[in-house]
Design a protein around this ligand. Sequence first.
Ligand code: UDX
Length: 468
Amino acid sequence: MRVAMIGTGYVGLVSGACFSEFGTSVICVDRDAEKIARLQGGEIPIYEPGLEDLVAQNVGAGRLSFTTDLASAVSGADAVFIAVGTPSRRGDGHADLSYVFGAAEEVARALPAAGDHFTCIVTKSTVPVGTGRQVAEVLARVRPDLVLGRDYDVASNPEFLREGSAIEDFMRPDRVVIGVESEAARACLKGLYRPLYLNETPVLSTRLETAELIKYAANAFLAVKITFINEIADLCERVGGDVQQVARGIGLDGRIGAKFLHAGPGYGGSCFPKDTLALVRTAQEAAAPLRIVETTVEVNEARKAAMAGRVVDFLGGDPAAAGDSLAGKTVGLLGLTFKPNTDDMREAPSLAIVPRLQAAGARVRAYDPEGMAEAKKLLEGVVWCGDPYEVAEGVDCLVLVTEWNAFRNLDLARLKATMARPALVDLRNVYDPDRLQQAGFQYLGIGRGPSVPAVPAHLTVVTPRLAG
Ligand code: UDX
């Protein structure tokens, strides 16, 4: 089997490298010549654990290569994956599909002559419901000489890769979803994923639209789950509960499941914010609005901003006032990326927090193990530091924004010695509040305030009288 992977972004590069690891011959295509040159030189443009080695091994074995020449890559391929970007279109939240359709046109022009070969054209990018069929229309328009089902077919094969563990997710997925309309396309995709049969990975074969919808529904459901526990955390702070224990208590119910119940500063990244928005728009247009997802989007946006207010309040400033109530104060951020093990800053909560702290008059110092180069392009006026201890120098408060392992076991005495005031706002609940207090820190976590506030009168517990 031979694969052409169009687009060497995050998804394309990981998927291409992993298919080649399965023993398939893969050519990765990108129109960005500089990127291709770097990849040919063994340089990986993104940070993803294990990817550099995987690429090097498979390039060395002659199974993986990189080119800007789409036509030659497509002409000999059994499967062509379209893994180009689908950014949110400015203004309306819809996914911008111009790159997908552009790639489809180029692929169509490069397909072999009628009767020569069967090529399966697969959308791997996350695309709105109906896109697969539109890709088929592009192919039919550009290549009226070819016969659908004999010379080519279209398919949908969404990815469920998490940044930071993408290779593991590709190699050991919970499931593989393939949206196909013909036996030939099904056989092609099943063949590519055959190595996964060894560990009995379920392969779900559906229609095109269903496969496209599975991807959006999965991401939206996870976003709802995170947002739900975040709101429960707020409630915990009001009524004296501990959100970690609530999460454990509900997560042990097999119908709910323990994952994605970590309260935090709100979800970010390249997928959840974009995909939830795109799904909301699709649903509105189909007159089947997804109100629960609409609310999730709103609540999550508000939450990221509210995290800055939390720090302002903690430092004795006025979170509601526009003035500079934190003038003269310095805040140190530990972590900037939307989650650990990535250099991705897209929609990261830190991007909402830093400018608001600065607007309140605070000076901001920050460190992130991998995200600083990206962060420097997006944030201004920050004092960039080389490690957590440098961040702590002279600050009135540290804010743990991203739960990198490097921040899990900091030397508290060393931090305390250099801080103006030993205080930690822990937006990821990494630290044990008691331990921090014993170490002399003022501590504020998420949904587990150190003191149990008085229960409001209307929530006073009334013990029911037993009958009889
Ligand atoms: C996500 C999906 O998990 C993946 O299936 C899809 O293909 C792409 O989008 P990713 O964006 O890499 O992957 O990150 P993920 O690990 O899912 O985390 C997303 C965001 O949710 C992060 O900001 C993370 O901090 C946040 N999160 C996650 C929480 O706040 N609490 C949780 O319990 C889990």
